[in-house]
Design a protein around this ligand. Sequence first.
Ligand code: NAI
Length: 660
Amino acid sequence: MTSVTEISRLVWLEVEGSIAIVVIDNPPVNASTAAVRAGIVDAIDAVENEPGIDAVVLIGAGRTFISGSDIREFDGPLAEPQMPAVISAIEACSKPVVAALHGRALGGGFELALGCDARVATQDSLVGLPEVTLGIIPGAGGTQRVPRLAGMLPALEIVATGKLVPAPQAQELGLVDHVATEDLGAEAIAYAKTLGGKKRSLKDVTVGEFDEKAFEERARQLIARGKGRSSTGHSIAALKLAKTLPFDAALTEERRIFNELRVGPEALALRHLFFAERRAGKLIKSLGGEAREIRKVGVIGAGTMGQGIATAFAQAGHEVAICDMSPEQAAAAKVAIEANINRAVERGRLDRGNAQKALGGLEAVSSISALSERDLFVEAVFEDMDVKKSVFRELDQIARPGALLASNTSYLDLDEIAAATKRPEDVVGLHFFSPAHIMKLLEIVRGTATSPDALATTLALGRKLKKSMVVARVGDGFIGNRVYAAYRREAEFLIEEGAYPEDVDAALEDFGMAMGVFRVSDMSGLDIAWAMRKRLAASRDPTERYVEIADRLCELGRFGRKTGAGWYDYSGFEGSGASDPVVRNLIDDHRMSKGITPRKIAPEEIVERMMSAIGRESDKLLSEGIAEGPEDIDLAFVRGYGFPEIKGGPLFWLKNRSTQ
Ligand code: NAI
């Protein structure tokens, strides 16, 4: 016999014989809000006073256990009861409480489970403490309870990287007591009965001995890899309290650090990006268009980008054909894609089964007509309007109705490309960044005629590829490259006024950019931008400020790394290139010819000028409607251009810099 009591709108209590089942029902992902927490405390209170109950099972309704805290609550003071109070109520309850986990038990959700007396989890569920990736640390005992169950070294991996742990592995670590193979609820109840009414609080457990040297060494590595987030170091410091402080004192200190970081600049920046990432998902819902099924993908153009794009789709489970007009290039690309897939397996990014599937579905062809049965085409041929149009004309002939036609163009007018077909509603831009299977950013270009369901399909695909997506309207360079061009232009103004490339790059790298702007130019090659400048020279506004130094470098054959010299000298240097007297002289001569007296420019001014240039261009992009929100520009710069994520993106930084 089951009886059901509604504790609150979000929490239910069911009784099955001697077991009480507390059901959390806060769709879609059972986020821990104040109301959910209050409901759990009330349910535990009700159970405590119920004489016929021996044990409690805590379970989530719908597709998951508590997937995490509702981070919208994190900006201000947290509403009561807070998670530590909920866990205290569970610990104080005289009856054992078993957490039944499915879907995801992350952050506060996993901490709640750790505060219970045992954990039962479905085979495919995931547990973890991803707080560190949001610039905070676990604040409800995660750093103290994980080491008590799993030991200090495994706890270090979990707490300091935020990685998600599959239930079977969590069981091996002692974090989960039983992996349910059939019926989670029934198996959790059965497990609860085996406890014989006994509590198993972790309060009374001491942390096992561990190799302190190995711990310190690994901690140093993780801090170095932590993308500059101070939360990594703080999470490790909190973890160490498990050895140095009594349990309750350690919990208090952990909570203090959590609260301090929660309202600090890094956490604010990372939350800003967290919500920016979710805008694409919201757009899918608001579009209302039905996403089409995409299984077979054809990639046209088997160069650098085509290879990466094909790899990305193959790894995400699509059958991929790569096409190039040169049969040798197509064959070579297939070999390169296979190598990419095998490397992903070696690095643990792809499991063997999926790799086999990806390799099995891969083919190379040298004619577009061999691609007729594809659901999606991604064009990555030369950046030339006529070449692209002829490819799209051909695709229009062979593609089945409803197939999606995408271009990877970086700058060109997507509407003009779409007009080469009789189905512009099926044409979208899928602008990947190099290397396409590694870089997180995917800029989706919405043409004037692109239909809502074509866009919805594209967004769903991006999600499957695990990309960070921004949606742009048509305009030269879309969002990312247009803003980046303004940023690069400002760097050249700074050079003209008195800085040298190494000064600008050092200021940007100290600020946190992955690479200085001139080093990036040298890496990607100066010749492409030069060709574009020459093409646009006739139409350039003569009153517009123009710095000729890059043209002079190109005239000397200095196209960057690939020619051994660009803004820096790479001859005889393995690493990042050396500052070059030839470049300095060229810059000095240029200033002199323009009558400019150079002045020393401080690193702070360099950063301020570079970011402000981004700000000005972004204002234009937003007013032209090419970007829909400042969040998209921030996300693009962080995920595609190496802007430090702890600063939240250039526009977020400009707005909040007084507090950073
Ligand atoms: P790439 O020059 O390495 O490769 C282009 C390939 O297309 C060549 O193998 C060529 O044989 C093939 N091709 C040319 N015309 C063709 C046709 N009619 N049919 C079939 N194959 C044809 O060029 P890359 O760097 O891969 O760039 C491709 C596109 O991706 C361009 O539109 C570029 O703007 C865009 N892109 C490039 C990025 C980069 O970092 N290289 C970044 C993002 C976009």
